[in-house]
Design a protein around this ligand. Structure first.
Ligand SMILES: NC(=O)c1ccc[n+]([C@@H]2O[C@H](COP(=O)([O-])OP(=O)(O)OC[C@H]3O[C@@H](n4cnc5c(N)ncnc54)[C@H](OP(=O)(O)O)[C@@H]3O)[C@@H](O)[C@H]2O)c1
Length: 274
């Protein structure tokens, strides 16, 4: 394996929003860093106070100062302000530091152009369940990043879920699958709750049952490693209730609809990147 430069432990988040909070919480809980090794920077004073109070990390209103001495800088601002924030830290990020970006749609080429020539860049697409330690993240490497950089970035995101590696050309597809995916599942859950309520259930009971069902099904997929088609077969007895429901879904081509929806998400991700 390629050796990483001997980087300092200092881990800096530019943008102290929801995703940075999930990561800092997960990284501290996993013991990957001590609070003294982490700094966050943000324009919002209440976010800085929140990070100081909750995690005991350094919290600064000055991006450039925060990035000084960093081993890894995680760019966790919204894509619209990415270039501005990158410009503010560019000259204070140490030359050997790893730049990790979670900004949706911002390509490694664009990130490289905004940082010093030769900067090691890893781009990551995380998703919202990282907020509860159950995220799914895909990462890809910029031109100057190596295997050790991938491992260093991957370790941070493994603290809040599953991490896979893809080529950058697949990042829009990742966005369509796991990035936007939680919303598809929520949409299905909404319909299940509405149907349960229509059948006379208390809405809160229907919500609890739907949440536990989605979580349980996801855990079974992860734990058994079986294809979902096989798991589906195992809960579908011939002529039974599940078969009656699936027959309607198949007739109405729910699968084709999901595929079409994901193609739209992937195309939109591509448009936003350009
Ligand atoms: N949340 C998700 O599920 C998710 C999933 C995949 C990827 N991402 C990516 O993750 C990144 C962060 O998302 P998020 O949900 O954590 O966003 P967020 O909660 O809005 O966090 C971004 C933070 O950055 C602050 N900020 C704005 N301009 C800044 C600047 N120049 N310097 C420093 N901080 C600045 C914002 O303050 P103000 O609010 O005051 O502007 C906000 O506190 C985004 O690029 C997004 O595309 C998020």
């Amino acid at each position: 394996m390629t050796r990483a430069p001997d980087r300092p432990d200092r881990l800096v988040f530019i943008g102290a929003g929801n995703m940075a909070e999930a990561l800092v919480g997960g990284i501290l809980a996993a013991g990957l860093r001590r609070p003294a090794d982490i700094a966050v920077a943000d324009v919002a004073a209440d976010r800085l106070r929140h990070f100081r109070d909750t995690f005991g990390v350094e919290a600064l209103d000055d991006n450039s100062r925060a990035a000084k001495g960093a081993g890894i800088v995680v760019m966790s601002v919204k894509p619209q302000v990415f270039a501005l924030a990158a410009g503010q830290v560019r000259d204070s990020v140490p030359p050997d530091a790893l730049v990790v970006s979670i900004a949706a749609g911002v390509t490694t080429a664009r990130i490289e152009a905004l940082f010093r020539p030769g900067a090691a860049v890893v781009r990551v697409m995380p998703n919202m369940p990282a907020l509860v330690g159950r995220g799914a993240a895909a990462l890809c490497l910029g031109r100057s990043a190596n295997e050790a950089d991938a491992e260093a970035a991957g370790a941070l995101f493994r603290a809040v879920g599953v991490v896979v590696r893809v080529g950058e050309r697949l990042m829009d597809a990742v966005t369509a699958l796991s990035g936007s995916g939680p919303a598809y599942v929520f949409f299905l859950a909404e319909a299940m709750i509405r149907a349960g309520t229509d059948m006379g259930m208390d809405p809160e009971i229907a919500r609890q049952l739907a949440a536990a069902t989605v979580e349980g099904a996801g855990r079974m997929m992860a734990a058994t490693n079986l294809p979902p088609s096989e798991l589906r077969r195992r809960v579908t007895s011939k002529g039974g209730t599940t078969a009656a429901a699936l027959q309607v879904m198949e007739q109405e081509r729910l699968d084709s609809l999901v595929i079409e929806a994901m193609r739209a998400a992937c195309a939109r991700a591509g448009e936003l990147s350009n």
